[in-house]
Design a protein around this ligand. Structure first.
Ligand SMILES: Nc1ncnc2c1ncn2[C@@H]1O[C@H](COP(=O)(O)OP(=O)(O)OP(=O)(O)O)[C@@H](O)[C@H]1O
Ligand SMILES: [Mg+2]
Length: 314
């Protein structure tokens, strides 16, 4: 007698919504039966979907690691990582924000005085006897942060001779991932070893992007890199989506680029866009997320919606 799960239980295990579970049943990816007029899913088909086999990629694990990546500087990676982390935590998710940028943008946005810290992610990456939790700090907004400062710049060189140097962060996060529902990694503006470690550790990539012509060229380069990573380093890496940032809806050019993105990458561009607003520049100066600094603003609602879309992404 097979074990059956309700659609809600299956959705929870697969980290998708109940609608996606019903779609999976229609597509034959999950085995469903009607019991007392209710759709049930066999537990074994849920497990099978979570297990990689013969080159097929696994469904996303219940707790997810998301790398926030774009090699272009100043596109809103740190702003997105931090505010999305807070928005997810307000949905009762346990969230860790990992700063992988020596500039410490995510730590600074979260109000962590990382420059003064003697123990940061740098020490954890270089010494596997250090428990990462001893370095984690709680930000005023309630999100936990694995902070970074300029020390991390040395890691690029110091990790160079380490065996499997692109998978050091993966090992670090393996020690803590069961504590969290989401781990977000804020990356530096390049595709160097620190970003490769984030891509090696992640289940998904989230790409914040400004809608201008040069950004679309940068995107092609980034997508080629991700394909390369999927072949060589992390077979199960998926794209969570592209989120338009600093968006100015008054500009025809920006609207055209967004439209083009939606056409070229159907289902991979988040529905929500993060508009250009000075409120997002002011919030970090106050050490707050936009959800606390201006909770009723349009951009706070946008991050709440992004958290919802990310939670339901399959
Ligand atoms: N939606 C937005 N509207 C207005 N300003 C924004 C927005 N998002 C980010 N900014 C501002 O743009 C600047 C760059 O943002 P952020 O630091 O998040 O980008 P980044 O991609 O992490 O940069 P870097 O590549 O240097 O790490 C910051 O001053 C930030 O306050
Ligand atoms: Mg940054």
């Amino acid at each position: 007698m097979p074990d059956y799960l309700s659609t809600e239980q299956a959705a929870e295990r697969l980290s998708v919504d109940a609608r996606t579970v019903r779609r999976y049943v229609q597509e034959g990816r999950l085995q469903g039966v009607k019991l007392k007029r209710e759709l049930r899913v066999t537990a074994s088909s849920v497990t099978a979907l979570l297990t990689p086999s013969n080159g097929q990629t696994a469904a996303l694990p219940a707790n997810r690691i998301i790398a926030v990546v774009n090699q272009k500087g100043g596109v809103g990676k740190s702003t997105t990582s931090f505010n999305l982390a807070v928005a997810l935590s307000r949905r009762s998710k346990r969230v860790l924000l990992v700063d992988m940028d020596p500039q410490g943008g995510a730590s600074a946005s979260a109000g962590i005085p990382a420059a003064q810290l003697t123990a940061t992610i740098y020490q954890v990456l270089l010494d596997d006897s250090i428990d990462p939790m001893t370095v984690v700090r709680e930000s005023p907004s309630g999100v936990e942060v694995l902070p970074a400062n300029l020390d991390l710049a040395a890691a690029e060189v110091e990790l160079f001779n380490v065996t499997l140097r692109e998978l050091v962060l993966k090992d670090v996060l393996a020690k803590v991932r069961s504590r969290y529902d989401f781990i977000l990694i804020d990356c530096p503006p390049n595709l160097g070893l620190l970003t490769m470690n984030a891509l090696g550790a992640a289940d998904q990539v989230l790409i914040p992007m400004e809608c201008d012509f040069l950004a679309t060229r940068g995107l092609q380069h980034l997508l080629r890199t991700i394909t390369h990573v999927q072949k060589r380093l992390n077979r199960d890496l998926k794209i969570a989506g592209i989120v338009a940032t600093k968006f100015d809806g008054r500009l025809r050019h920006a609207n055209e680029i967004l439209q083009e993105l939606r056409t070229n990458f159907p289902d991979q561009v988040f529905g929500v866009v993060i508009k250009n607003t000075t409120r997002l520049k002011e919030a970090p100066a106050a050490g707050l997320s936009i959800l606390d600094y201006d909770p009723h603003s349009e951009v706070a609602a946008a991050f709440t919606q992004l958290a919802q879309e990310v939670s339901h992404a399959s």
